[in-house]
Design a binder for this molecule. Sequence first.
Ligand code: HEC
Ligand code: HEC
Ligand code: HEC
Ligand code: HEC
Ligand code: HEC
Ligand code: HEC
Length: 419
Amino acid sequence: MLSKRSLVGIRLSFQTLAVLLFMLIGVSAYAADPTVGSGEEAIAAGKTVFNANCKQCHKLDAKSVGPALRGATDRQPLDKVKSFIKNSQAVIGSGDAYFTALFKEYSNTVMPAHEFLSDDDLNNLLSYIEHGDKVDPAAAAATAGGEAGAAAGGGIPSEYLSIILGVLVVVLLLILVVLGLIISVLTKYINKQDLPEDDKEFVSQKTDLGKVFKSDAFIIVVTALVIALVAKTAIDGLYSVGVQQGYAPTQPIAYSHKLHAGDLEIACQYCHTGVEIGRSANIPSPNICMNCHTHVQNVQGKEGISPEIAKIYAAVENNQPIEWVRVHNLPDLAYFNHSQHVAVGGIECQTCHGPIQEMEVVGQHSALTMGWCIDCHRQTEIATEGNAYYDKLVQLHSDSKDALKVKDIGGLECAKCHY
Ligand code: HEC
Ligand code: HEC
Ligand code: HEC
Ligand code: HEC
Ligand code: HEC
Ligand code: HEC
């Protein structure tokens, strides 16, 4: 009877271990953050990019204008750090708690955007930041008053964590295999002896995976994991409430900017008649479409009236507007004027709206947050040339070594953008 009891015990531990292994693999898959490469070439290439763009404000192991950079990818997820380097104000504008706090800590110093960096550049840059010019921690401690040493040595490096996880998985697997072997040997041994009927039945019963999946422990663990994931998604979602970046609704007529503004090269102003003269760009009325579509009834080579173009005819006949779905929409509290930016500022539509001439369906390209407006106003020089309105200002400003930016003409004043 001793053997029967030990068989029960072994089977139970087998099932518990199987559940554990399953969880561990799940956790390590979720925790496996992409890490930064440490190849010599990547580090050298990264150093070049760093010296050209970041050196004036950052050191690797000490504070400068901005924080010490080494360890940045341990402090925050890799993708988020990349987005921050590309456009720090967009990340702060999206309400990200860590970077908003950091921004405050550095007295709202704006780190310039680096949209021009390719993903390769970013990967090399981060390789350099994490692995380049490593100083001996002891020497660094001596020179930098311990600050650098402490920063470099904080926490267990993520490589070690993955190694520990991997070793755990292997050990668990080995134990499972050994337990399985013991179970089969024991079963064979017991089967050879004379046993009462019910014991025989018990011994020959197979380990049932279905049972494991139905066990309370398994259900509780899985439920907890699911709840944690849902909560994380919900919290991330809340941070982007009101930010409609990427919104591209289906329109009532399959009108294509790629065809009209791209291939046919019709000027944006032909349809968006307001951009140079007023606040609003305007969406064209069906009459503007009819300038061409009284003649063009279909794409070249097709017969009859296209069903999409028939919708324009129906709108004109019934004297009803086409109900285009609005894509860009600032809240009522904000004031934005197209002519100020396009006619006076000389900014291309694509700077704010992206490559519209390549879009079959228009989508919102920029975040349209307050941080996005402000960031551009801090960085953009005013096109003063040939604009007599600015002559006085330019003269007044000529003592300063910085160029005249939008922020210098009041582009950061609340009342300019808010009613
Ligand atoms: C004009 C100064 C300036 C330049 C140039 C600059 N930064 Fe920054 N950086 C800052 C400041 C200031 C912060 C602190 C956050 C803030 O105020 O936006 C920061 C924060 C960071 C952070 C977050 C650090 C942390 O602790 O998590 C990273 C990463 C970073 N910068 C990378 C770069 C890289 C890479 C470049 C070059 C491509 C660069 N920065 C260029 C000023 C600058
Ligand atoms: C032949 C007329 C026509 C031309 C030319 C044209 N558009 Fe449009 N545009 C429209 C129509 C119709 C809509 C509304 C339907 C839609 O969103 O696709 C629209 C919508 C848009 C929107 C989104 C408006 C919203 O709801 O927020 C933007 C931005 C835009 N156009 C920019 C441009 C730019 C930039 C160009 C030049 C590269 C251009 N358009 C050329 C007709 C035109
Ligand atoms: C300046 C002339 C011009 C204007 C203005 C114009 N279109 Fe077009 N459109 C064309 C031409 C030309 C074609 C056919 C292109 C081809 O043959 O490949 C076309 C094709 C189309 C098609 C594709 C039809 C199909 O069956 O695939 C649609 C839909 C369309 N236009 C809608 C509109 C709408 C809506 C407007 C007004 C907002 C508009 N167009 C304004 C010239 C114009
Ligand atoms: C400085 C950034 C910027 C530039 C440059 C810009 N837009 Fe816009 N555009 C916006 C913003 C912001 C909105 C949303 C306005 C709102 O909701 O009040 C918008 C809205 C629109 C709309 C929707 C209708 C409307 O007026 O609200 C159209 C169409 C449009 N833009 C077309 C254009 C075209 C065409 C150009 C180039 C000639 C252009 N835009 C240049 C920022 C810009
Ligand atoms: C791509 C850069 C860019 C973006 C994005 C941008 N602006 Fe501007 N803005 C400018 C420039 C350049 C001027 C100066 C034009 C001139 O010479 O008067 C300006 C001027 C202004 C002015 C007039 C300021 C003054 O003192 O006369 C207001 C108001 C304004 N912008 C509001 C906004 C709002 C609201 C947004 C966001 C929805 C926004 N801008 C986004 C570049 C930008
Ligand atoms: C260059 C233009 C611009 C300037 C300057 C500006 N804002 Fe804004 N602000 C905006 C825009 C655009 C929005 C709407 C953005 C959105 O919905 O995410 C906004 C939104 C807000 C909101 C509402 C935030 C929310 O989540 O609904 C507040 C509050 C606000 N601004 C306060 C201020 C104050 C205070 C100042 C002066 C220190 C200021 N703004 C200066 C453009 C500006």
